[in-house]
Design a binder for this molecule. Structure first.
Ligand code: GLN
Length: 473
């Protein structure tokens, strides 16, 4: 008898292809679980047509269809477009928005036979680290209901951790896949910028956004990553060239860089002990551990929050009450349509980001903030580039430690500080993975993070397999 909750996706697909498991039974199984775990508020909507599509898929499979995801239900974050289905970014602004087309990633999943089961809760417009800013209410951590699930892809992470689906997609602009993965004890991958098409993803910070994978093991992560990556005509920033490194290549004796500045930063943090324990364990496995230096990493957080909010301001200008968004009922002029619809449609955090972004872009402050942040971004890219000339991977914690309590970080700056270890990968466009590694004093898991050079996700999968084994023992 197949143990659905513990099988790899590949094994589930073989059972479906062989006819011993039906896609519709799998969909029913997960729908039951979603309903059973409703109080976690991880899933905003189970799509009405999922069951029928699974029935259709079963017929297609019986007639010879083959796909790497044949009949597998997948949950997508609520900012990923799926034709004729709602995508609201967990905002009142887009509460009734129905997508007229598919995101490239959705097309790619469907082509392999996946069933899109539903949409996951998130921080409004992907702005946040705790999934507490959703218009649909907060999501609860899969392992402790009194704690945050992390964010902004908190719904996707909890859906995977609670086994409401085998795998989920999220988006990561500053850590939104890796941080909730860390807080819920699963794997979170942010690919290199340009690896996965952003077409059909509601933009937050266009130069930072990437679709990422939330999964229970390395094999599933790799499988989904291989399917969703690749060039798309609709996204000029998606890469054209085939990547040099084969994903299957074996990498022996990895050389891992430990930033000396990070050693300073984590002093006294809950993750400190785990960080050094992992280093020792990796040394015992013949990984070479060397110090690297990233002098400006201490400034990465303000750099990120300036660039991300500047881009968000411009991306969110399109939600104006005129086209496809919420429109305030009592507006009497065009001016009022803009003003009232945006004031009523956006939540607090989103409005704060719009204000911040406009401020750093305004003529009087552009040089002092935005221009400076962009030049710091260049410095940081160069620092990572030279560090990665000598090492395969750079080790960082994903989070300071375990998930914190719901409602604990009401001051936005406290919440921004949570992203200290994740934003570097977005600012530098590099790929990164968070792998569950240890439990903290409240018995909650947290992850360790590795950053690789551009398009060297293969090294991330290799180290992920290693850490996965270490964490089990
Ligand atoms: N917490 C970060 C922010 O609010 C990252 C969000 C994300 O990756 N989408 O900007």
């Amino acid at each position: 008898m197949l143990d659905i909750l513990n099988e790899s996706i590949e094994n589930l697909v073989s059972s479906i292809q062989s006819g011993s498991l039906k896609s519709v039974d799998l969909v029913d199984f997960y729908i039951d679980r979603i309903n059973k775990f409703k109080e976690y508020n991880a899933v905003i909507e189970i799509f009405d047509d999922a069951r029928d599509l699974a029935l259709e898929m079963d017929k297609k499979i019986a007639n010879g269809f083959k796909g790497k995801l044949a009949g597998i239900p997948i949950i997508i974050k609520d900012n990923i477009l799926y034709e004729n289905h709602k995508a609201s970014c967990a905002s009142k602004m887009l509460e009734n928005f129905v997508s007229p087309f598919n995101a490239t990633v959705v097309d790619k999943l469907l082509k392999e036979g996946a069933i899109i089961l539903g949409r996951a809760n998130m921080d409004e417009f992907a702005m946040g680290s705790s999934t507490e800013t959703s218009f649909y209410g907060k999501t609860l951590n899969a392992l402790d209901k009194s704690r945050v699930p992390g964010g902004s892809s908190g719904g996707s992470a909890v859906a995977v951790a609670l086994n409401l689906c085998p795998v989920a997609l999220g988006t990561d602009t500053g850590g939104s896949v890796r941080q909730p993965a860390s807080f819920n004890g699963i794997i979170g991958l942010k690919p290199s910028y340009g690896r996965v098409s952003r077409y059909g993803i509601v933009a937050y910070g266009s130069s930072l956004d990437q679709v990422g994978v939330l999964a229970k093991n390395t094999d599933d992560t790799k499988l989904i990553f291989n399917i969703i990556s690749g060039h798309s005509e609709n996204d000029m920033t998606s890469i054209k060239n085939e990547v040099k490194d084969s994903l299957d290549s074996v990498i022996e004796n990895l050389k891992i860089g430990v930033p000396v500045e990070i050693k300073e930063m984590i002093k006294g943090m809950p993750c400190e002990n785990a960080f050094y324990t992992l280093i020792d364990q990796l040394k015992n496995l013949n990984c070479e551990i060397v110090d690297v230096s990233l002098p400006n990493i201490k400034l990465v957080l303000p750099t990120y929050y300036i660039i991300a909010t500047a881009e968000a301001t411009s991306n969110l200008a399109r939600f104006d009450g005129v086209k496809y968004t919420y429109r305030s009922k009592d507006s009497k002029s065009l001016e009022e349509v803009y003003l009232k619809s945006r004031s009523e449609g956006f939540g607090e955090e989103v409005k704060r980001r719009i204000m911040l972004g406009n401020y750093v872009l305004s003529s009087g402050y552009y040089d002092a903030y935005y221009k400076k942040a962009k030049s710091l971004q260049n410095e940081l890219k160069n620092e990572f580039k030279s560090a990665l000339k000598n090492v395969d991977l750079i080790l960082l914690p994903t989070t300071k430690g375990e998930a914190y309590k719901l409602g604990e970080k009401t001051n936005p700056i406290d919440s921004y500080r949570e992203d200290i270890f994740t934003v570097s990968a977005n600012i530098t466009s590099l790929p990164a993975i968070s792998v569950p590694y240890m439990k903290g004093e409240h018995n909650m898991p947290f992850g360790m993070q590795f950053i690789a050079n551009y398009f060297e996700e293969n090294k991330l999968f290799k180290i992920s397999e290693i850490v996965e084994k270490l964490a089990k023992n």
